[in-house]
Design a protein around this ligand. Structure first.
Ligand code: FES
Length: 121
């Protein structure tokens, strides 16, 4: 038997999924160059995949990119929401992942203090 809380959560989840599907896909890109991997990019990638699975987010594509010349700021994670600038977060650790997913990927709120780059798409 589900509690009212459970049902509320389920409904919210479905609303988020519908919204994401409607917007046509969000991209999360992880820097997996040599220094990214040395800085823990694999762990960050797996935390991102876990978080997306846990929240059952659809239409979020996770991919990797190579070196972009910002060694000292690795691990780098980019979030691209359709029609919005590409935001690069720096020095991301697995502990930051749930916040990035909850704030930016799901709710569209950029976490300014972690941003190291912005590119208009
Ligand atoms: S290997 Fe670190 S920025 Fe390229």
């Amino acid at each position: 038997m589900k509690t009212v809380e459970d049902l509320k959560r389920l409904r919210e989840q479905l609303q988020v999924q519908t919204r994401l599907r409607h917007e046509g896909g969000i991209r999360v890109i992880i820097g997996m160059g040599t220094c990214g991997i040395a800085a823990g990019a694999r762990e960050v990638m797996s935390a991102i995949l876990d978080e997306i699975a846990k929240r059952r987010l659809e239409d979020v594509t996770v991919s990797q990119t190579g070196c972009i010349g910002m060694c000292e700021k690795e691990v780098l994670v980019d979030v691209v929401r359709p029609g919005e600038p590409r935001i690069t977060y720096g020095r991301v650790t697995p502990a930051d992942v749930s916040r990035i997913i909850a704030e930016h990927v799901v709710n569209g709120r950029i976490i300014e203090e972690m941003v190291v780059g912005k590119i208009a798409e």
